[in-house]
Design a protein around this ligand. Structure first.
Ligand code: HDD
Length: 703
């Protein structure tokens, strides 16, 4: 029996107190601890009950440990092997279970049940990730976010392995190892961790003109999202939908967050990394626990081969997008994530996504990046999960029946029965055979042309869509892109690399190049690299902005209220009530987490202690202080920073008279936009729903 071992007097006391987790010492002084309550017995992996899990087997009380101790050896051996290789990219991630529900049938275009059976809920497991950092890195670096969805459909598993950006750095998978080696920590020094701001990344990028469109996206605030619930997802490549007649239509997949898009500001992202390295996973965990399930629409862009031929770009080139204004999005379903995994390792870590996991009714396109991916993922799972049987892990196994003649291998957990492990066969009636009528079929196509290591000429325009993206942004977003470029390139020691990048920017947008050159202190504008393709001016696409897609709501957002002893109880109740009614989650921040005595004598406990809960963790803040509290907090750096950062990060600030005193101490002007009287809750809520962009010029010198 586990818990009952050597329970002494103090154990009895804890049991009497009724606490299950109370530590206490056992008989013989402090030699054995246990907690009270009934529990199932602890056993070895062979099911042998363990009588003592705290003392290894010794020759005598002060003697050597015996090799015979199989309980010790089993426990330590298992522990020694608990880690598996982390993902070479996308190592840090968080995931959740949920479902996909089709709202519009695509039966005209495809036979895939998941896209034709309206109202059916298909289980999904969706993992979000950063790309460059290791599994233990932080959640908020400037980085692309992976957006990988495993749909356990009736036709088999379909993995839509995308990102929060619709284009990619490179056109051909053969360059992927170079890209990843360039972005990850530099091999001689082992840093930086999860940052693109270093020499090898920009060296590679400056020599890779095809990356310029993606560079515009990664330098935008898309790569510093406020929440994983507020990112878009893209399948990136063109795929094919295939109908019953065998006709195919091209498709691009888009996930659109119900909460709209929202990003942080760079200074905010930097500070969040220190305040809460788990900011994004905690945010999703808490939202799901509160029943505020993250939700996305699935939208498709459908187009024919003939339409594709009329595009001015090649849709098979993953560095290009199809503007929505050109091929509109049709919403066909929604994904809701409503369950956090039970076990991080078993599910989030062991889930294995492969773009090659496709179901009948879908097919690949000839995008050379996609074609390379079809090989890479299956291959990486073999070494990461250690066995060709990784599909038997519960998180990876299809939820529809599956059977074939593959056998054996490391960690075969199934027990295949019968004599027949081959096909064709006639000996066993339940042995699986090909499904001629509904099995997966590739679209028959005539492939013609000269074999060779070549790239299509239609892939040669590297700047037009980079320009499209940049020129489609609001002035605020353009300023952030320019500043991000200055920040990143300022971290690059090699001047020629900085200059080469500015040269590329000249093709994209001359004023942007000048802005960045100026920010870098370059005396002369470096020459633009040779380009055989004249850059085209496409019609701006406002759909590429973030600001325009931020929703006018507090839903999914959070309000932090700073209080001290003596804070006005009514004001606190009013701000809290209005914020919750508007859909926000509210957290109280105070110098002491245990209890703050309000003006009415009531004591409230805080959700966060001031020093560990800065305003970067909220979307809007209210400062409700007694006169005395304001005096004390005006001398407290964490409180002054609380206000100053909220102001610098363009957040609404609600203040009462004590709050105004702290505002003054923080040097925030009394008439500043977005700083409102806390008792005017309607105004506070309306200001809290957005960022106060007009304030930016007064708080930051952007490039
Ligand atoms: Fe990749 C993981 C997304 C190009 C090779 N990739 C990985 C994940 C995402 C993407 C979201 C994490 C999946 C998870 O959560 O487990 N990758 C993309 C997108 C790409 C892309 C949207 C371009 C459109 N990737 C790409 C190429 C290659 C790879 C061109 C190699 C030729 N990717 C991998 C990988 C990973 C991976 C090495 C690492 C861990 C894993 O697969 O399971 O195989």
């Amino acid at each position: 029996m586990t818990k009952a071992t050597k329970q002494g007097d103090s154990g009895k006391r804890a049991a009497d107190a009724g606490t299950d987790d109370a530590n206490h010492v056992g008989e013989g002084g402090e030699l054995h601890q246990t907690a009270s309550g009934e529990h199932p017995p602890l056993t070895t992996n062979q099911g042998v009950a363990v009588s003592d899990d705290q003392n290894s087997l010794r020759a005598h009380p002060r003697g050597p440990t015996l090799l015979e101790d199989f309980i010790l050896r089993e426990k330590i051996t298992h522990f020694d092997h608990e880690r598996i290789p982390e993902r070479i990219v996308h190592a840090r991630g968080a995931a959740a279970h949920g479902y996909f529900e089709l709202t519009q049938s695509l039966s005209k275009y495809t036979t895939a049940k998941v896209l034709t059976e309206v109202g059916v809920k298909t289980p999904v497991f969706t993992r979000f990730s950063t790309v460059a950092g290791g599994a233990g890195s932080v959640d908020t670096p400037r980085d692309v976010r992976g957006f990988a969805v495993k749909l356990y459909t009736k036709d088999g598993n379909w993995d839509l392995v995308g990102n929060n950006i619709p284009v990619f750095f490179i056109q051909d998978a053969i360059k992927f190892p170079d890209l990843v080696h360039a972005v990850k920590m530099e091999p001689d020094r082992g840093f930086p961790q999860s940052a693109t701001a270093h020499d090898t990344f920009w060296d590679f990028i400056s020599l890779t003109p095809e990356a310029m469109h993606m560079v515009m996206w990664i330098m935008s605030d898309r790569t510093i999202p406020r929440s994983l619930r507020m990112v878009e997802g893209f399948g990136v490549h063109s795929f094919r939908l295939v109908n019953a007649a065998g006709d195919s239509t091209f498709v691009k997949f888009h996930w659109r967050p119900k909460l709209g898009l929202q990003s942080t500001i760079w200074d905010e992202a930097v500070k969040i990394a220190g305040a809460d390295p788990d900011f994004h996973r905690r945010d999703m965990f808490e939202a799901i626990a509160a029943g505020q399930y993250p939700e996305w629409d699935l939208a498709v862009q459908l187009f024919t081969e003939e339409q594709a031929e009329r595009f001015e770009f090649d849709h098979l080139d993953a560095t290009k997008l199809i503007p929505e204004e050109m091929v509109p999005l049709q919403v066909v379903g929604r994904m809701v994530l409503d369950r956090w995994p039970d076990n991080f390792f078993a599910e989030t870590e062991q889930v294995a996504f492969c773009p090659s996991h496709l179901v009948p009714g879908l097919d690949f396109s000839n995008d050379p990046l996609l074609q390379g991916r079809l090989f890479s993922y299956l291959d990486t799972q073999l070494s990461r999960l250690g066995s060709p049987n990784f599909h038997n892990l519960p998180i990876n196994a299809p939820k529809c029946p599956f059977a074939n003649h593959q056998r054996d291998g490391h960690m075969q957990t199934g027990i295949p029965r019968g004599r027949v492990a081959y096909e064709p066969s006639s000996l066993q009636s339940d042995s699986p055979r090909e499904a001629a009528t509904h099995g997966f079929r590739s679209v028959p196509r005539i492939e013609q042309g000269e074999r060779g290591r070549v790239r299509a000429a239609s892939f040669a325009d590297h700047y037009t869509q980079a320009r499209l993206f940049y020129r489609s942004q609001t002035p605020y977003e353009q300023a952030h892109i320019a500043s991000a470029l200055v920040f990143e390139l300022s971290k690059v020691d090699h001047v020629h690399v900085r200059e080469a990048m500015v040269g590329h920017l000249r093709h994209i947008d001359e004023p942007l190049a000048k802005r960045v050159a100026d920010g870098l202190g370059l005396e002369e504008l470096p020459p633009a690299p040779a380009s055989s393709r004249p850059v085209q001016d496409m019609a701006p696409s406002p759909a590429l902005q973030i600001i325009g897609k931020m929703k006018d709501t507090l839903e999914g957002r959070s309000v932090g209220i700073l209080i001290t002893d003596g804070s006005d109880a009514k004001a606190l109740a009013a701000v809290k009530e209005a914020s919750v009614a508007a859909g926000a989650s509210v957290k109280i921040v105070a110098p002491k987490v245990g209890g703050t005595k309000l003006s009415d004598g009531e004591t409230v406990s805080a959700d966060g202690q001031l020093a560990g809960t800065p305003s970067v963790l909220f979307d809007a803040v209210a400062i409700l202080l007694s006169e005395d509290g304001a005096k004390r907090l005006s001398k407290e750096a964490a409180a002054v920073d609380f206000v100053r950062d909220a102001f610098g990060h363009l957040k609404a600030i609600g203040v009462d008279s004590g709050g105004r005193a702290l505002q003054k101490a923080a040097g925030v002007p009394t008439d500043a936009a977005g700083v409102v009287a806390a008792d005017d809750v309607t105004r506070f809520i309306s200001a809290a729903k957005t960022r106060v962009w007009d304030r930016e010029a007064s708080v930051r010198t952007l490039a």
